[in-house]
Write a protein that binds this ligand. Sequence first.
Ligand code: C2E
Ligand code: CA
Ligand code: CA
Length: 709
Amino acid sequence: MLEGSYHAGLVLLSFGVAMLAAYTALGLANRITVGVDGRWYWLVGSGAAMGVGIWAMHFLGMLAFSLPIPMGYDIGLTAFSLGIAVACSTFAFWVVCRQTLPWGRLMLSALLMGLGIASMHYVGMAAMRMSPAIEYAPVPYVGSYVIAIVASAVALWLLHRLRHDRPSERLYRLAAAAVMGLAVCGMHYLGMAAAQFPLGTVCMASNTGLSSGWMATSVTIASLGVLAIASVVAVLDARLESRTSALATSLATANRELIQLALHDTLTKLPNRILLEERLSQALDDAREKPNCFAVIFLDLDGFKAVNDAYGHEVGDALLIEMARRARATLRARDSIARLGGDEFVALVQLSHPAEAAEVAQRLIDTLSRPADVQGHYLVVTASAGIAVHPSDGTDARTLLKNADAAMYHAKRIGRPGFSFFEPSMNAGAQETLQLIQDLRQARERGELELYYQPKFVAPNGPVTGAEALLRWRHPVRGLIAPAVFIPLAERTGQIVPIGEWVIDEACRQLRVWRDAGRRSWRIAVNLSAMQFSHVGLVDSVREALERQGLPGEALILEVTESTAMRDVQASLEVLQRLVALGVAISIDDFGTGYSSLLYLKRLPATELKIDRGFVQQLDNDSEDAAIVSAIIALGQRLNLKVVAEGVETREQQAFLTDLGCDALQGFLLGEPMPVADFDEAHLVDTPAAPPPPVSAPPLPPAMPMMPA
Ligand code: C2E
Ligand code: CA
Ligand code: CA
């Protein structure tokens, strides 16, 4: 037998080429299913890469092997062996890239492919055209077939598993390529070990066929080709991969942000109404499976608008964020709190018994009512809450929310910070409100509106300087309705504008009558609401009313509340200046309840400050209010404003306010608001009314308010 020998470097190289081919082929294979359009190109490409790789490996192995005789390779058979390698690799990829790979199909394909690879090997051997023919030792010969088939099975299975190769599986793919490369080489070298070359063997292809040199060149080209394809694929792969992963990350981020945006309030980051309703319906579903009770608590801040008006939206927003944070911190993790917009929040709270809702509501109110330091401002708002409990107050989301809302309004109407549980009568209230809004539309045409007049006195007890006009609605069914009930409705529906014009007109008409009756110095005060104040037609309608009655501007005092004037200081300033240009006097009403900045107050062309009746009423028993009132009076005097105290009900108040330097007084003690006939009787017929002097005489019985609260 001829003794063959191996060139170690080339053997190693053959292993390398086999693995590289496998790695490339695996990379290409996952494109077959990914790129649907170029599917066939990828299939043929992978088949060719793998086939060329196997083939190059085979001939590298052959080159590594040398016999002590001249060698050559028959071109036709060599080309044929390459064809076999490419064909069976392509077939293999076609098999593995189907959706499924049942065991039966895997086995059959492995058999075909193994036979293919082995055939390629033995056709390649035959290309040497040895004479006498090569003898093969049976055991390693059969073994090489077995290895080819088993290696094919493993390779096909791996290819199938890895056809959706992901970046994270890169290492896995490397390992698979190593296994495949080793298997192909194993088959080859076992096959070589089986080959026996009898002494005197001549290589018939050494003259006519490819010389070893040519063979080395073509194998090198083939190997380089595989390498080139491998690197191109690798680069493409890396690019695509980083692009896809970048895209995937940004998509995921965008998705998260979208969900956050769609379901959360952008300012406070609390859930919004949509998410609240979702959680509510989840809670309802849970309750159907396992009866339990939970509460919907509707919260509304009191005094938030004043903060917004006085300090602007930025401070208002910061306050809302702080309130949201506090409310969230008060609740347990399994409870929800959402912001519905404005200063309205809704909590969804799981309960072990209905009464627990009261504790939670009180806790929320307490935490929201604590003073807040926002951007250096010391702010105090309070909260009102309405509670609807499942299932007694509703068994669907809408009803529960609606009823909690109604309960909240009820709590607000009581006037103190606090909460109310829902009661069915509260919905009747909402129904009534709707009816009232409708009735109000016709009230003016039907002549149901009238003005009451409350006298204003020089402190301490006269003479009368005029009156404040206070609106009343004589409802055909409900009788006299107080402005606190219907003016907010008129504001909400915009009807306050025509109604307010009517008030100015009517008040001017009445003043004309009084002036004609000899009260030439009397002036009339009319209240303006925020919406009227910002209405473009205001100045014109005031001028027209004065002209119609032939009154000078000074005859009219317009009362604007502090928070209305401070809402948009620049705009207020313009309107006020145009009114002042008409000669009209401006009074800042309810002074002390808002958050006026002294700086702005100084710039407003006001002539009068009205101390809010809340302070006046606390005078007797609260030294803090006394301090505030004396500060307001001192402030008014410094700013050259007339200071008027309203809501004077007792002699003590009358005396105290006079002592502090109030210019004018108004209140039940001196005269309640009354219809014009009563007013005339009291103040027009004889000399100005002179109530008893402010001495420590026995106090009068408490005055009865005219209106039901
Ligand atoms: P206001 O401008 O602060 O009016 C004073 C309110 O205090 C009046 O309530 C008056 O009846 C009440 N009052 C007067 N003296 C006393 C007193 O000694 N003790 C107590 N406890 N209260 C006293 P009224 O008439 O119910 O008006 C309530 C509010 O409705 C007014 O508050 C004003 O803001 C608004 N309003 C009244 N008429 C009009 C109007 O024609 N237009 C606009 N926009 N608002 C009006
Ligand atoms: Ca007023
Ligand atoms: Ca007032």
